[in-house]
Design a protein around this ligand. Structure first.
Ligand code: FAD
Length: 466
């Protein structure tokens, strides 16, 4: 792609329209900006990093890049897991992290308006202080809300409350030619033509740069209870999930985990997990407004779990117990990463009725392949995270084994009616799997959409479909 290289004159312009201390070149660029959380997918140095403070600066930079044919990669916290926020073709890495103000919490319309660099944990805390609730709950709380919207992040509470997309009402977006666009608003319903908003959600910074978001809120549930149920084996554990739904239980979260991963997390955090006697576990949460309500649901779930073959049911109903279990769950990814020399991950989603089949298949691969495979995930919404670990394999053994196992995993997910990514997105790492999964016609439609928004292919090139 014949992009223009960033020159000293370009850098001067960027400093002039932003500030000298927010533009970085050469050795001034922190190594963190060359990758996201998956260093496995390579390091790519941008030619310049620019931190913007508002939509006007963003628009001026984007217009200049458009006129001068310079690629631009938007970036939030860089916690992505598919190589989305990396500057594959150099150019500008545009950091939105300093656009981090919560602009308004509207208690009448139940919305929060925020800049994209606000961290998920800050947004959740600020609205909770007003007894309001932002339900999406991805594991990485230091991700930005802009990054969450651009990856359509999922998380633990998707079972009951849905994913980030379900909470986006309005967006302010800077288009690739620098024009500022307002989409949607505070309205709850909207049948006014094609949903541009929904095209931007999950577009991974390839169609526009989000500079403001209006998100929907709910009243904050006052009580939460979690249940930890040990099972003799993973198959048994996973097969119990549809039974819970058949019993008309409405959990907020249903996570599955295995002893290996729990042990890795204990080692990583230096804190014991409440139980390690079994091979596999289901972790359930229920929320509500009164203790009676959540205890009643918890008791009913415990009965169903025991009937389905759980060895026991441990109840966590205090802040301390909830924190112990959920902190361990939140550390799984980092714990696996720190237990090996390199890892790769797969984030497929399959229909709920097929989760057990998929997990059984993964178990079979474990026995047949010479590669360590760890898994955990959102059993309640069919989104399974599988990690391949290099350990002490040679580079050659690792690459060959990893590619073979990955292909088998994606093939199996497709056979079971699944999709390539449940929540982490495509970035550049999963492009080939996406193309194979959705087929030529859908890929052409994806490329057509990209072409209309970004005819010069300047915005985050090399991601999703281009
Ligand atoms: C320990 C751990 C646990 C995780 N758990 C979950 C989980 O449970 N669920 C889940 O869905 N994800 C999870 N993730 C992945 C990651 O946190 C999410 O993908 C998150 O949404 C990324 O946000 P970010 O601010 O880090 O974005 P980045 O990584 O900086 O960027 C992600 C993508 O969004 C684009 N982008 C960022 N900001 C903007 C903007 N303002 N305008 C346009 N494009 C933009 C980037 O170009 C890139 O393509 C986890 C990651 C880690 C490390």
């Amino acid at each position: 792609m014949p992009y223009k290289k960033v020159s000293p004159a370009d850098v001067e312009y960027f400093k002039r329209v932003t500030a000298a201390d927010r533009v970085f070149v050469g050795d001034e660029i922190n190594d963190d900006f060359t990758h996201d959380e998956m260093t496995e997918y390579g390091k790519y140095a941008p030619e310049v990093v620019i931190e913007v403070l508002n939509s006007e600066e963003t628009s001026l930079i984007m217009r200049y890049a458009y006129e001068n044919n310079i690629p631009v990669t938007p970036r939030g916290s860089g916690t992505g897991l598919c190589g989305g926020a990396v500057a594959l073709y150099g150019g500008i890495l545009l950091s939105l992290a300093k656009m981090n103000k919560i602009l308004e919490i509207d208690e009448e319309n139940l919305t929060v308006t925020a800049e994209p660099g606000v961290l998920l944990m800050e947004l959740a805390k600020a609205v909770a202080e007003k007894e309001l609730f932002y339900p999406p709950d991805p594991g990485e709380k230091t991700a930005t809300i802009g990054g969450n919207v651009m990856t359509n992040a999922g998380g633990m509470r998707a079972v009951k409350y849905g994913v980030t997309r379900d909470y986006v009402r309005g967006l302010e977006v800077v288009l690739p030619d620098g024009e500022l666009l307002q989409i949607g608003g505070k309205v709850d319903k909207n049948s006014s033509g094609y949903s541009l908003k929904d095209l931007f959600v999950g577009s991974e910074g390839t169609l526009g740069i989000v500079t403001k978001l209006i998100l929907k809120l709910l009243p904050l549930p006052k009580k939460t209870i979690s249940l930890l149920a040990p099972f003799p084996g993973i198959s048994h554990c996973i097969k119990t999930v549809p039974v819970l739904f058949k019993a008309k239980l409405a959990p907020t979260a249903v996570e599955f985990m295995e002893r290996d991963v729990i042990e890795a997390s204990e080692k990583y955090l230096g804190k014991p997990f409440p139980d390690k006697s079994a091979h596999a576990y289901l972790l359930l949460t229920f929320d509500g407004n009164t203790t009676e309500e959540v205890v009643k649901e918890g008791d009913r779930a415990a009965e169903v779990l025991i009937k389905a073959g759980a060895l026991d049911v441990f109840i966590a109903d205090t802040e301390e117990r909830l924190a112990t279990i959920w902190t361990a769950r939140g550390a799984f990814l980092e714990a696996i990463k720190s237990s090996t020399t390199q890892m790769d991950e797969c984030d497929v989603v399959v229909p709920l009725s097929q989760v057990a089949n998929f997990i059984q298949y993964v178990d079979g691969l474990r026995d047949r392949r010479q590669i360590r495979i760890e898994s955990f995930g959102h059993a309640g919404d069919g989104n399974i995270h599988i990690y391949l670990c290099k350990d002490d394999l040679s580079d050659e053994q690792w690459r060959a084994g990893r590619d073979r196992v990955m292909q088998l995993l994606y093939d199996k997910a497709a056979e079971l009616g699944g999709q390539v990514s449940g929540e982490h997105g495509i970035g550049h790492a999963k492009r080939a799997y996406l193309a194979a999964s959705i087929g030529e016609r859908s890929m052409m439609l994806n490329k057509g959409i990209k072409q209309i928004f970004d005819p010069k292919n300047l915005l985050n090139p090399g991601k999703i479909c281009y």
